[in-house]
Design a protein around this ligand. Structure first.
Ligand code: NAD
Ligand code: TYD
Length: 339
């Protein structure tokens, strides 16, 4: 089977490509990526010479380019990871989020329709459900929780999800959607909480914690997310949404302290900074549906996953040092300079 993976030079898409080529070496994987600031070809270096892999630099909003690629590749499946993914950047400048996340999704689905209703999977996020209160640990997001977004990022992802369901109902496009909680692991861009804290710790730089650090996220090791997507694509019910998460809720400050401890640094590095605008309090996924229907359960415990992740950042310094020495430095100074 030929599978188009968009956003494969990014964090989760890159991990997915490594996972897919390892688990299904008989498949052809075509990666489509625009190579924005978040895309790194070095993430794909280990598979570049694989004869069953092809990389194509392309914007998912480029209708003509996408149609041409479908003509060439005749894909059986499309998995759409490509997105602008950082909440803080969406607060600074929402426009590109609407473009890539909504128009890009529609363009990929139009190509699927034009080439015989190709099977389409949308990689979405638990952030489409908004947030939960900190004092109600009994509440979780299920697939029927109403969409109730907070940031331009989550709103653009929710817009895309609505379009995906519309293409299913209106055109009969064979779609599925996965809504996953926060991922962590190798190749995670160091603007996000865990890799940023690891990189700053290793460089003895201040660790900027938003507000009081009490916001809660539900962390999942990226490979467990990849397994869930693969299962949904192969065995999921068409037209369905599947929540993906591992009941691993942690307050941001506890994550930061854990990283400090693992790296043998001092908590004096912690710096409390101005809170994010509209900051979601708590995300927590109920994964009962994917467990009952597809037998999925997360396999990596957080205690092990965070150790593996830290070791990866220690062993692959050149991957992230190259990123933080480039254009990213301007972003960092702008976002954190006067915070
Ligand atoms: P990322 O920012 O690390 O990677 C995004 C990739 O998409 C990059 O390689 C970038 O170059 C590419 N891209 C951006 N715009 C493009 C365009 N117009 N055309 C083609 N390629 C483009 O993101 P990520 O963290 O890997 O997230 C991947 C997907 O998973 C996103 O859809 C995101 O919403 C979703 N998601 C992420 C998380 C998380 O914790 N990171 C959790 C749940 C869902
Ligand atoms: P992030 O990794 O941006 O993911 P998301 O906002 O999509 O959940 O942030 C995770 C949490 O960490 C979120 O509550 C914001 C917080 N955070 C900080 O406290 N400091 C930081 O420098 C960053 C990037 C995030």
């Amino acid at each position: 089977m030929t599978i188009i993976v968009t956003g494969g030079a990014g964090f989760i898409g890159g991990n997915y490509i490594h996972y897919h080529l390892k688990e299904h070496p008989e498949d052809r994987v075509v990666c489509v990526d625009k190579l924005t600031y978040a895309g790194n070809l070095s993430t794909l270096a280990p598979v570049m010479d694989n004869p069953n892999f092809r990389f194509v630099k392309l914007d998912i909003c480029d209708r003509e380019g996408v149609m041409k690629l479908f003509e060439e590749e005749k894909p059986d499946v499309v998995i759409n990871f490509a997105a602008e993914s950082h909440v803080d950047r969406s607060i600074e400048d929402p426009g590109i989020f609407l473009q890539t996340n909504i128009i890009g999704t529609a363009t990929m689905m139009d190509a699927c329709r034009a080439f015989g209703n190709v099977r389409y999977h949308q990689v979405s996020t638990d952030e489409v459900y908004g947030d939960l209160p900190l004092d109600r640990p009994d509440l979780f997001f299920t697939e029927t929780t109403p969409i109730h977004t907070s940031s331009p990022y989550s709103s653009s992802k929710a817009g895309a999800d609505l379009l995906v369901m519309a293409y299913y109902r209106t055109y009969g496009l064979p779609v599925t959607i996965s809504r996953c909680s926060n991922n962590y692991g190798p190749y995670h861009f160091p603007e996000k909480l865990i890799p940023l804290m690891i990189a700053n710790c290793l460089n003895d730089k201040p660790l900027p914690v938003y507000g009081e650090g009490k916001n809660v996220r539900d962390w999942l090791y990226v490979e467990d997310h990849c397994k869930a997507i693969d299962l949904i694509v192969r065995k999921g019910r068409i037209g369905e949404v599947y929540n993906v998460g591992g009941h691993n809720e942690m307050a941001n400050i506890d994550i930061v302290k854990l990283i400090i401890k693992e790296l043998g640094k001092s908590e004096d590095l912690i710096t409390y900074v101005t809170d994010r605008k509209g900051h979601d309090l708590r995300y927590a996924i109920d994964p009962t549906k994917i467990h009952n229907e597809l037998g999925w359960l997360p396999e990596t415990k957080f205690a092990d996953g965070i150790k593996k992740t830290i070791k990866w950042y220690l062993d692959n310094r050149s991957w992230w040092e190259e990123i933080i020495s480039g254009e990213y430095q301007n972003y960092y100074d702008k976002m954190y300079g006067n915070r």
